[in-house]
Ligand binder design. Structure first.
Ligand code: PHE
Length: 341
């Protein structure tokens, strides 16, 4: 029996030492110390011993059990430490590896110009409005005094959604004049920037989608002088003090009188050069006093209230502001181009 116990002890200690993981160690614990384990099996034979032999053998058996238990405990600690070590190694971060710099985009020059424009108008008490690009023909044309048969309604110029010509991609931001008149309390001071769509082929100065900024003021006693004063202030803010403007008569169905405003060429200072096509001036926007019929259609009494409106192309304004010579650069979004501003 003594030999049996010694054999179990030696065998078990070697096995514990070799256990590769906690599960294997636990299986060995059951194998040697469990109810049906090897040690228990030997102890069951104690009854066969003489009463004199029993105490010594009992003590020996207890010593073996204690040795195995402490070896298991020790093995458990060893395996846990090894597992932690392996985990730390696997999850190690090499702080000396150079970082990956994320590629940042760049604010678009057109939006830089728009932010400047918004700042100027907000500083003068205007509210900035947003409006639908899919617009009702009623707002894009009818309520702007461009009724059935007006040339601007032609299929060759306009993206309609239906044969009845009720829904379209807005061709101008001017429908926002009407939407503002119908929803806002008087007096009104708004600008409404946004995308507009026309059936134009792409070239250096045209695109079927471009941006406009609409502006409108309605109040009592508003005149053309206010329009000129406001627009002159905006141009000075945008292109620098001393920038000259000129107003030419024009026609729009929803303003009367109507005008176009030119700015003196920034390249040649008005002498005439390729940029201004020898004119000395560059056309910037359309404007005018809101037609009394447009006010009436929106439910505003033209005998009490008057107003003016303007609309300009944002791409062209940004191109002039940053001296960009091809419209297509604005839409290509090449970061090498955008980063220059
Ligand atoms: N909507 C006109 C255009 O697209 C511009 C404009 C706006 C003219 C407001 C007068 C008043 O050409």
């Amino acid at each position: 029996m003594k030999e049996q116990l010694a054999k179990i002890k030696a065998e078990a200690l070697a096995a514990f030492e070799a256990a590769a993981d906690p599960a294997a160690l636990d299986a060995l614990r059951v194998k040697y110390l469990g109810k049906k384990g090897a040690l228990t099996a030997v102890l069951k034979q104690m009854g066969k011993l003489s009463p004199e032999e029993r105490p010594a053998m009992g003590q020996l058996a207890n010593e073996v059990r204690a040795a195995l238990e402490s070896a298991i405990e020790e093995g458990g600690r060893r395996l846990a430490a090894a597992a932690l070590e392996a985990k730390l190694k696997a999850e190690a971060v090499d702080v000396t590896v150079p970082g990956k710099t994320p590629v940042l985009g760049h604010k678009h020059p057109m939006y830089i110009a728009l932010d400047e424009i918004k700042d100027i108008f907000v500083g003068m008490g205007f509210t900035v409005l947003d409006g639908p690009e899919v617009e009702l023909t009623t707002y894009n044309f009818d309520k702007l005094n461009a009724g059935e048969g007006h040339p601007s309604r032609d299929w060759s110029d306009t993206f309609y959604f239906d044969k009845e010509e009720r829904v379209m991609l807005r061709s101008q931001t001017s429908p926002m004049q009407v939407r503002a008149m119908e929803t806002m309390p008087l007096p009104i001071r708004i600008i409404a920037p946004g995308r507009v769509y026309r059936k134009d082929e792409v070239d250096a100065t045209h695109s079927p989608m471009f941006h406009q900024v609409e502006g409108m003021v309605i109040d009592k006693g508003v005149t053309m002088a206010d329009l000129k004063g406001t627009l002159n202030a905006v141009v000075q803010g945008l292109y620098g003090e001393g920038t000259k403007t000129r107003f030419r008569p024009h026609h729009f169905p929803f303003t009367e009188p109507s005008c176009e405003m030119d700015v003196q060429c920034h390249k040649c200072g008005g002498v005439g050069c390729p940029t201004c096509k020898g004119e000395g001036w560059i056309e910037l926007l359309g404007a005018g006093m809101i037609h009394p019929r447009v006010l009436e259609m929106a439910g505003i009494d033209p005998d009490v209230w008057s107003g003016w409106a303007f609309g300009f192309g944002l791409e062209r304004t940004a191109m002039r502001r940053f001296r960009i010579d091809d419209l297509r650069l604005i839409f290509e979004n090449d970061v090498r181009f955008l980063e220059q501003f």
